[in-house]
Design a protein. Structure first.
Length: 505
């Protein structure tokens, strides 16, 4: 029983997955059973007899009769069968009698009444190959369409890139400034005609040429061999070259991972502008010197008149003379600032460096400025933590710190406070001036150290000044290899900090 059961299950599986149509027919051609494929192509709802589905029903009956009489398989081809999904199909029909076996005797029963019919498509393998070829043709056609689309997109993208490249090249070549692009090896990858003319570069294609070979003076000024590319930041430098004053803006080029892969150099010809600046500085210097002599005389005579050495002076005259003296002092301070600025810009400001005691520096400025703070009723404090020493010109450092403290007092309202602090921090000395004044807006902060710039609003418009103090202080500190830091918030005050390297013997 077990063997019979397993064989039955095996036959059932073959019946279900067969790639041809199998039917069980009676002697009249009526369909008694059908496998899944036959049920799909010859559904029960449409076809009950195979004779109804084929164009040659007599051939079917003859085959069934012959198979029953001879008790053997009979084949007929070709036959035309009408299927549910197709108009017609040529097939080969093979009819095999199903033998009935007597259970008791184990011998063949009467002539068969049922038959197994196999409907095989003609040239089945050829059909499969044709179907495969058709599917492959469809795939190839889709691939061809996709390839055509991709090719069209690639051509469009190439044209767009070419157009963008042409635009960029046109912009680069039309720039009034020179441009040079270098890779991480210092080789030129881009340049324009302005750069070629400014640096008198040789004719011909300079792409992939080393900048050190094309213009060694510029490569040396940029320190291409000694300054690692990874440490580069945006910077500007003045580059004197063959009777020209060229300003070079240096910017590193980064890739997607923020790795430096090259440099962009912007070259500006400042020869004429530098000459104008020199003429302006010379003019300011000459005018300032010429104003200084008569102003000194005016101040001297005013002091003599106020002291009474030239005769008795009543209170009314003394008041007027004091006003004249005050304005003469302001004019003298302005002239001194202009002279200092002129010397700084021309590089003629002389300094004598030595050891400077920070406590002495702060004490001197504190004692000098204290009368101004007391007159304005401000709390004026001095906090020096140590007797640190820096290297510098004590007169110029006093001038820079005095400018910061004077500004703090001018821009702090009555009743506020100004504090001078000094302390060591990380190998540097920090000298800070903190006030509780009006503070500085972000917009004004960007221009704070420009020449002649003054913060103007409702609170400060009646406060006098030249707008040169901070500019001079910054130049002096930078000449000492230091920097000025600013912390401010509008309405709550400001803190200006001079950072200088500590003196080491």
């Amino acid at each position: 029983m077990k063997e019979l059961f397993e064989r039955s299950a095996y036959l059932q599986a073959l019946w279900d997955v067969a790639s041809e149509m199998y039917l069980v027919l009676d002697r009249d051609g009526t369909i008694l059973d059908r496998n899944p494929l036959a049920d799909k192509l010859l559904p029960v709802s449409k076809v009950n007899s195979l004779a109804e589905a084929i164009a040659e029903p007599d051939a079917l009956r003859q085959a069934l009769e012959e198979s029953a009489i001879q008790n053997r398989p009979v084949s007929i081809q070709p036959l035309t069968v009408s299927l549910a999904a197709e108009a017609s199909l040529e097939i080969t029909l093979r009819v095999t009698p199903i033998r009935e076996v007597q259970r008791s005797a184990g011998v063949d029963a009467s002539p068969p009444e049922r038959f197994l019919a196999c409907l095989a498509r003609k040239s089945n393998e050829l059909d499969i190959l044709e179907e495969t070829a058709r599917l492959n043709d469809e795939r190839v056609e889709r691939l061809r369409e996709r390839l055509t689309l991709v090719s069209r997109e690639l051509v469009d993208r190439t044209l767009q890139l070419a157009e963008q490249k042409n635009k960029i090249l046109t912009i680069i070549n039309g720039m009034g400034d020179g441009l040079i692009g270098c890779d991480d090896k210092g080789r030129m990858i881009q340049y324009n005609d302005t750069a070629r003319k400014l640096l008198s570069l040789p004719e011909g294609d300079l792409t992939q040429k080393a900048l050190s070979g094309v213009c060694p003076e510029l490569a040396e000024a940029l320190r291409l061999d000694s300054f690692p590319l990874a440490r580069r930041t945006q910077e500007e430098l003045n580059f004197p070259y063959r009777n020209k004053e060229i300003r070079v803006g240096v910017s590193p080029i980064f890739d997607d991972r923020r790795h430096a892969v090259g440099l962009v150099l912007i070259l500006q010809d400042r020869t004429k502008q530098a000459e104008v600046d020199r003429m302006k500085s010379d003019l300011i210097s000459i005018v300032s010197h010429e104003l200084r002599s008569p102003l000194t005389s005016i101040k001297g005579y005013i002091d003599l008149m106020i002291s009474g050495d030239l005769g008795e002076v009543n209170d009314s005259m003394r008041s007027y003379l004091s006003i004249i003296s005050s304005n003469a002092n302001r004019l003298a301070a302005l002239i001194d600032d202009m002279l200092d600025l002129s010397r700084i810009e021309s590089g003629k400001l002389t300094m004598t460096f030595g050891k400077v005691d920070v406590k002495y520096l702060c004490d001197y400025v504190y004692l000098t400025i204290r009368p101004q703070a007391e007159q304005k009723k401000l709390r004026f404090n001095l906090e020096v933590q140590s007797r640190a020493v820096v290297s510098g010109d004590i007169d110029r450092l006093q001038q820079a710190l005095t400018n910061l403290v004077s500004n703090a007092i001018k821009y702090t309202p009555v009743g506020g406070s100004v504090t001078i602090r000094a302390a060591g921090q990380g190998g540097n000395i920090h000298i800070s001036v903190q006030d509780t004044g009006f503070g500085i807006s972000e917009e004004n902060l960007k221009r704070l150290f420009q020449k002649f710039f003054r913060v103007k609003n409702e609170q400060t418009r009646n406060i006098g000044g030249t707008g040169l103090g901070l500019c001079i202080a910054k130049s002096i500190v930078e000449a000492h290899e230091g920097q000025i830091l600013v912390e401010t918030r509008e309405g709550t005050g400001s803190t200006f900090t001079i950072v200088l390297p500590e003196y080491h013997s």
